[in-house]
Ligand binder design. Structure first.
Ligand code: DGJ
Length: 335
């Protein structure tokens, strides 16, 4: 009798306990969206509007029109469960770039003054010789973005781009400048439609650039120029975006090659208890691009040091900002 009465209570308690367990990120696994399809947001960037994060990236789904390039947008309120919103760009060659033109690393900024969403992307020909950024706009975050133009920011060559929004809301474009053997952190114009001012040209040949502002220091991160192959990513710090920047250091033991990934963004999650910085990297699969994976891991950061730990599943509670790295699953018994 006693058992029967308490059973529903136990069930409810178990359900409540389960609901309270923060969701888990599995670095390197195939991540599925709400449709059960693999998330296609490579070389991506994230913006937060209210309580919702929007993740944009290269959509390299198999079977898409080979004459177009695609950008997908997903949304999430916990950074773990992602809802597909729209294929926000379906771009044919915008000029005379040729059928094998390149549209990579899309990043979206929201301009509160113009109320426009402005997407930057790396636009290039098949030889990566054009070295430009493209700009597209939309009135809504997940609407169809309309291509506006392409140009070389500040007149300089630009290949991989990254985005950084400072705590005061100022928007910056990070772009790799091959002839200068470095990368720029440059402020956007008031309407975000152009690049206005160089804050720094960091003379270290790095791409996949990312910046985070954490406890009074800026941390700038990037990867060496090794195509789709992983390499040891590096970081430097400065008190101001204008520098001076410290020497570059490894974010992980060089031998692990950033655990097979390449930086695309440093995502700051400000919780009620702690602020967590998540390294967002791409595990590229050049021959099966659609199956390229994501390596997200909370970094150990502070006092000028940044360390990417060995990737392991971790729980993420975006309300408190807390993450817990889960222990390795026990090895399967030998047969
Ligand atoms: C490395 C860049 O980071 C990627 O975005 C892409 O452009 C590949 N090179 C192409 O080889």
């Amino acid at each position: 009798m006693q058992m029967r009465k308490s059973a529903p209570i136990l069930l409810v308690t178990a359900a409540l306990l389960l609901a309270a367990v923060p969701p888990t990120v599995h670095p390197g696994d195939a991540w599925m969206d709400n449709r059960g399809q693999q998330i296609e947001a490579h070389g991506g960037g994230i913006i937060k509007l209210g309580n919702t994060w929007y993740w944009f990236g290269e959509d390299r789904t198999q079977g898409l029109d080979p004459l177009k390039r695609y950008v997908a947008c997903y949304s999430s309120t916990d950074l773990v469960h992602w809802t597909f919103r729209n294929q926000v760009m379906k771009q044919a060659d915008p000029g005379d770039l040729g059928a094998r033109f390149v549209l990579e690393r899309p990043k979206v900024f929201y301009n509160a003054k113009t109320k426009k969403f402005v997407m930057y992307m790396h636009i290039d020909d098949s030889r990566y010789a054009l070295a430009r950024v493209g700009v597209a706009t939309s009135d809504t975050v997940d609407g169809d973005y309309h291509y506006v133009r392409s140009f070389r920011p500040l007149g300089q060559e630009s290949r991989d781009i990254g985005q950084f929004i400072d705590d005061d809301g100022t928007a910056y474009l990070i772009f790799e400048d091959r002839p200068a053997h470095g990368f720029h952190i440059a402020k956007l114009t008031a309407d975000y439609m152009d690049v206005e001012k160089d804050m720094s040209l960091i003379r270290q040949s790095l791409e996949g650039g990312a910046v985070v502002h954490y406890k009074g220091l800026y941390y700038a991160l990037g990867s060496h120029l090794t195509g789709w192959n992983a390499n040891p990513n590096l970081y430097a710090t400065a008190k101001s975006l204008e520098g001076p920047w410290s020497e570059f250091k490894d974010i992980a033991p060089p031998a692990v090659n950033t655990y097979g990934s390449q930086s695309t963004m440093l995502l700051k999650v400000v919780g009620s208890k702690v602020t967590t910085v998540i390294f967002m990297g791409d595990i590229w699969k050049p021959r099966t691009q659609w199956d390229s994976r994501y390596l997200w891991m909370p970094v150990e950061i502070g006092d000028g040091n940044l360390h990417l730990p060995e990737p392991k599943p971790f729980t993420l509670d975006v309300k408190t900002g807390r993450t817990v790295v889960l222990p390795d699953a026990p090895a399967a018994p030998a047969k």
